[in-house]
Design a protein around this ligand. Structure first.
Ligand code: ATP
Length: 255
């Protein structure tokens, strides 16, 4: 029996209102006759300005945690607070507004719109929020991810690593406080993955945090701290571990 660990990542730059707080969060799914407890009382704080990796064996609840923390899924019990706002009691309209204002999302499969150019993809979140995207802002974020010269390209005309950098630019353009990344390097070769991780490192700042699910110990080691899940519970936590330590702790959980 493992005792649940209450996690507080401790990056150097932590300050102010936490990016995300989870208080006793549970999420259950009904699968036929059975109930699956994907999250089982998770309490964790993700401070402002921190980069936290979330790891654990397959089925341990990583994606569920990310979706609940980002307000993409409702929790069954407990409380989720994003940028000081309790999203568990928010109306759908408030939640959508908060997500558009405070949250960016990057997925393993990039999720770009194939018929739109890089700059049109980047401008999309602002259009969805009913704001007129400024060409200057769009160009600036594409330049920040090293793709100013690819702004007219469509996703199929870009490499996987370039597509993921467009997806990161799209997530950045609204200047969200929290960037949630679900296996952002999972579909990339090691050189492209390194570039994406270096970009994420540049993004973490006084007011911006990253919560990243990954299976890759080398990717997790780029974060400020690593939270380990098993069976829907936080069972371990490491501050600034190297890749070998991450791999060893993960192997211990998978044993
Ligand atoms: N929509 C759903 N309906 C029923 N069960 C679900 C649903 N989504 C997730 N689960 C279950 O919840 C548990 C946690 O799933 P989750 O996808 O969060 O795990 P994970 O750690 O991200 O796994 P992986 O590393 O394999 O992606 C699993 O047992 C899974 O089968």
């Amino acid at each position: 029996m493992t005792t649940p660990v209450e996690t507080v990542a401790a990056p150097v730059r932590a300050s102010g209102t936490p990016a995300v707080e989870l208080h006793g969060v549970t999420r259950t799914y009904r699968a036929g006759q059975h109930e699956v407890r994907a999250l089982d009382g998770v309490t964790a704080t993700f401070p402002a300005g921190s980069w936290t990796a979330v790891m654990g064996p397959s089925g341990s609840g990583k994606s569920t945690l990310l979706h609940c923390a980002a307000g993409l899924e409702r929790v069954t019990g407990g409380q989720v607070v994003v940028a000081g706002q309790d999203i568990t009691t928010a109306t759908d309209a408030d939640l959508t507004a908060l997500r558009r204002r405070e949250i960016g999302f990057v997925f393993q499969s990039f999720n770009l719109i194939g018929s739109l150019t890089a700059e049109q993809n980047v401008a999309l979140p602002m259009r969805l929020a009913g704001r007129r995207p400024s060409a200057k802002d769009v160009t600036a974020v594409l330049a920040a991810v090293g793709l100013a010269d690819r702004r007219k390209h469509r996703p199929r005309e870009l490499s996987g690593g370039q597509q993921q950098r467009v997806a990161i630019a799209r997530a950045m353009v609204t200047r969200p406080r929290v960037l949630f990344a679900d296996e952002p390097t999972g579909a990339l070769d090691s050189a492209a993955a390194r570039r994406v991780l270096a970009l994420l490192r540049e993004l973490v700042g006084a007011d911006r945090s990253i919560v990243m699910v990954t299976h890759d110990p080398a990717a997790a080691a780029r974060a400020d701290s690593v939270m380990f899940l098993r069976d829907g519970r936080v069972v371990d936590h490491a501050v600034a571990p190297d890749a070998r330590e991450v791999a060893a702790r993960l192997a211990a959980l998978e044993a």
